[in-house]
Design a protein around this ligand. Structure first.
Ligand SMILES: [Zn+2]
Length: 464
């Protein structure tokens, strides 16, 4: 590793001997994420023949301009930015993975083009020549959004295509202190530009947010196919932890979440529980659990360790009193599990973070009749094991990628067998929106979701 680093440093100093690069201006597509100069210095000599170059040419052709931007792919910035340096060149720095993620999330091929068009809009409108405060920055963002709407219409995109990228990323609910405007304003700016290009007169729109925009979320209610939408689920995506109020008010509860590459995916579900509380804490939230156990008889329904924090969800179910316990341990607690099984407590949730295993157990009772349980930890996804236990009418309770291994917990329930209950798992390398959609339309609900070892794994369930 050291050798590689040394080589890179040598390379940089050799290839760019005299010039001391300095950032003059950076404008990112969404909040946060700054391309570092080191990356730009390394990458700018390499980029050619990329899709991004082609897309840029396409955009400029609409305007009758020759391409004169330097496209720089930089990983890990989770953004796209128009940048000028003191070398006099105009750069567009982009994170391939970020662009791909938005494109996947929106299931729309226009997203990358619209983001690039936005950045080109900054350059062409002279935004990249001056530094500004937040207020002026927000104004410039809307100008760039308007520009991208205009270009996309000229390229033949529908208005919904032009707005797809914006719909797929998170934004502040209140933009008073941020450099980027609230989402509804940006969507409106894209619409104005698009209408302009289409020769449609823009009717003045009020800029008061509706009460429902009080939320920093981007919902995945994008068109996947024309007529279908989710029946039982609401999937919320955001760079920062999304506020859940809107979805809660619409009758959904938090079922599961995944945090990956600085991005949250929260899966909300209809008819799941009656009341919920959500907590995030640096340390294992034992006091919160105790307090919430007593409140509305709630129990832990989701426990994860994401982004250096424990993420706890507790849910109460009408008229159900379920006894629960948890254990934390530096190693996977085999003894504790055996002990708990003897006392009628079965694993219902597991998490690992910061060197600590946390296992949650529910006591078998009138509502949840556990009769037997099995667990295993695997390097490879345990599909044979799942099949073996399914064949015995045992079902997946927990399936997560934790501490570098798959943890599979399968349970025999007194009231479940193949004639009244079913499960299905899916393993994909891409965000499983289409699977979720398909299963949801067949009446299946999300039982669990995890991301690990390069795979998304969802388990869906249905009472027959
Ligand atoms: Zn911008």
């Amino acid at each position: 590793m050291k050798k590689v680093l040394l080589f890179l440093l040598l390379f940089i100093s050799l290839s760019l001997p005299a010039q001391n690069l300095e950032t003059k201006f950076v404008c990112t597509y969404g909040e946060g994420g700054t391309p570092d100069l080191l990356c730009m210095q390394m990458q700018r000599s390499f980029s050619s023949g990329e899709d991004a170059n082609e897309a840029t040419k396409k955009i400029l052709r609409v305007l009758g301009l020759a391409p004169n931007f330097i496209m720089v792919p930089c990983p890990n910035i989770a953004n796209c930015a128009a940048v000028t340096l003191n070398d006099g060149f105009r750069y567009i720095v982009y994170d391939r993975e970020f662009m791909q993620k938005i494109s996947n999330a929106a299931s729309n091929d226009w997203t990358s083009i619209s983001i690039l068009a936005h950045e080109i809009g900054h350059h062409l409108q002279g935004h990249t020549l001056r530094r500004t405060g937040n207020e002026e920055s927000r104004k410039m963002e809307l100008e760039a959004d308007r520009f991208s709407g205009f270009v996309l219409q000229k390229l033949g995109a529908k208005l919904t295509d032009a707005q797809a990228a914006m719909n797929a990323i998170g934004h502040p609910e209140d933009d008073s202190y941020s450099s980027h405007p609230a989402k509804f304003k940006r969507l409106n700016a894209i619409k104005e530009g698009w209408n302009d290009a289409a020769g449609i007169t823009n009717t003045p729109t009020t800029t008061t947010p509706e009460t429902t925009t009080k939320i920093e979320v981007s919902k995945l209610d994008v068109e996947i196919s024309d007529a279908t939408s989710l029946n039982f689920h609401d999937v919320i995506q955001s760079d920062n932890f999304p506020m859940l109020g809107d979805s809660w008010n619409a009758g959904y509860n938090y079922k599961a979440a995944v945090y990956d590459y600085n991005h949250w995916y929260v899966f909300m579900q209809k008819d799941f529980g009656a009341w919920q509380a959500y907590r995030r804490r640096d340390n294992f939230p034992k006091d919160e659990i105790k307090e919430l156990w007593n409140k509305n008889n709630s129990i832990i329904t989701s426990l994860d360790y994401y982004n250096d924090e424990w993420s706890l969800v507790m849910t109460s179910f009408d008229n159900k009193f379920i006894k629960q316990r948890w254990s934390t341990n530096g190693q996977f607690p085999e003894e504790k599990i055996k002990e708990s099984w003897k006392e009628g407590y079965y694993i219902t949730e597991a998490a690992y973070g910061n060197g600590l295993w946390a296992i949650v157990f529910n006591k078998t009772n009138n509502y949840e009749k556990f009769t037997n349980q099995y667990y295993g930890r695997y390097d490879e996804f345990p599909k044979e094991k799942i099949k073996e236990y399914w064949d015995k009418n045992w079902f997946i309770t927990t399936l997560k990628y934790l501490d570098g291994k798959w943890l599979l917990v399968m349970t025999e329930y007194a009231d479940r067998n193949a004639s009244n209950y079913m499960q299905r798992w899916n393993k994909t390398t891409e965000f499983p929106m289409d699977k979720l959609l398909k299963n949801d339309n067949e009446g299946l609900k999300l039982q669990s979701v995890t991301y690990g070892d390069g795979f998304w794994v969802t388990v869906m369930e249905r009472w027959r």
